[in-house]
Design a protein around this ligand. Structure first.
Ligand SMILES: Cc1ncc(COP(=O)(O)O)c(C=O)c1O
Length: 371
């Protein structure tokens, strides 16, 4: 009798991929440790909340919740296009930048294509690549920063995508205009470079690359942005990509019919006009960042200078232990074991009050740990 080969049901690329494990429910800790609240410094959310203009617009949009949203976020695309001096068909919106990253993988990665990423960096690049059966090529960071020269050396005829997280999550470092220009000169035409600029609005550095120039020049470049961070819209999910028409057209083919819901579109449109909120967020972030730098130094903890709303800090103790102790005190941070840097943690910059509570708790934990 002919033997029937047993075949896995899931696609090959998905074999061995672990499902996303959500963080412990905050409510559990609040109950268990009798806390008033949990200070959330683990996900780089906006400590000032949501743009008030966006909030108002979203409340109004709820009245029309029974209607499908406009499918291609036309008004938003026009608005963003005008800001960057490009055409509206060079912009695509999605259900958060995560959704855009998945669309990029769906649109460009064939089985066994190679995809180059930094290490450590944002984990979604690896996930979406593996879903599509692509092969992830990890290039270690140098001095906690994307090493673009080393990435160029890893390019092969099989390389399809290169993800450059700039500034990089989790380290907060960036690559400069000059470094990117040298890199772009060496990237062959069969590769698409994706600049993930989720934290661009926080960058104060003058040498931050203007990646839009490559899009103007029709290079194979996509720039990914989100409204989750500086505008405080993480909960409604809205992000976008810019690129030459030839690339955006391909992304449109894999987009869902209604990727951005009605409430998020209304919120996004209003948020993009809320310069006052952005200014306040930046002030609080800069002040908080310098306060944390100073306090970390006093605690004997080194850190990577950050261009974002978080700091990657060397706690000098087991990050998971620090996580647990902070958790019990009502503060949640992201321990570094997931990036194979167990003594590090990524800590979101909070409000002045939150930062002070964090520093106090860290000082206490450090003392306990030493005794
Ligand atoms: C580098 C980077 N890219 C993309 C995202 C996803 O953003 P969104 O909330 O729009 O899905 C994040 C979120 O933390 C991020 O850090």
């Amino acid at each position: 009798m002919k033997r029937i080969e047993k075949k896995a049901l899931a696609r090959r690329g998905i074999d061995g991929l672990a499902a996303y494990v959500p963080g412990k429910p905050v409510e559990e800790a609040i109950r268990e440790y009798g806390l008033k609240e949990m200070i959330r410094l683990a996900s780089n959310e906006n400590p000032l909340g949501t743009s008030p203009k966006a909030l108002e617009a979203m409340k109004q949009a709820l009245d029309d919740a029974y209607l499908y949203p406009e499918g291609s976020s036309t008004e938003l695309r026009r608005k963003v296009a005008a800001t960057f001096g490009i055409e509206a068909d060079m912009v695509i919106f999605g259900n958060g930048a995560d959704n855009i990253l998945l669309m990029i993988a769906q649109a460009f990665i064939d089985e066994d294509d190679e995809v180059i990423v930094g290490d450590p960096t944002f984990s979604v690049y690896e996930t979406v690549t593996r879903i599509m059966g692509g092969r992830v090529v990890k290039v270690p960071l140098r001095d906690f920063t994307y090493d673009l020269s080393a990435i160029v050396r890893k390019i092969t005829p099989q390389t399809k995508l290169i993800f450059v997280c700039n500034p990089n999550n989790p380290t907060g470092s960036l690559v400069t205009e000059k470094e990117v220009a040298q890199f772009m000169d060496q990237v062959p035409a069969h590769c698409v470079v994706v600049f993930d600029e989720a934290y661009a609005e926080f960058v104060q550095e003058r040498n931050y690359p203007q990646t839009i120039r490559y899009i103007h020049h029709q290079k194979n470049v996509l720039m990914v942005r989100t409204l989750s961070k500086i505008f405080g819209l993480a909960g409604v999910r809205i992000g976008y990509a810019l690129g030459p028409q030839k690339l955006i057209n391909v992304l449109c083919k894999v987009a869902e019919p209604f990727p951005v819901n009605r409430v998020a579109q209304a919120g996004g449109l209003a948020a993009l006009d809320d310069g006052e909120f952005v200014k306040r967020v930046l002030e609080v972030n800069e002040e908080g960042k310098h306060y944390l730098y100073e306090q970390f130094s006093q605690l004997g903890m080194s850190y990577v200078p950050s261009h974002t709303n978080f700091v990657f800090v060397h706690l000098g103790m087991d990050g998971k232990l620090a996580f647990q102790k902070l958790w019990e005190k009502g503060i949640v941070i992201r321990p570094g074991d997931i990036w194979n840097l167990p003594e590090f943690s990524r800590i979101t910059i909070g409000t002045a009050e939150q930062n002070e509570k964090l520093v106090k708790a860290l000082a206490m934990i450090k003392k306990e740990n030493a005794s």
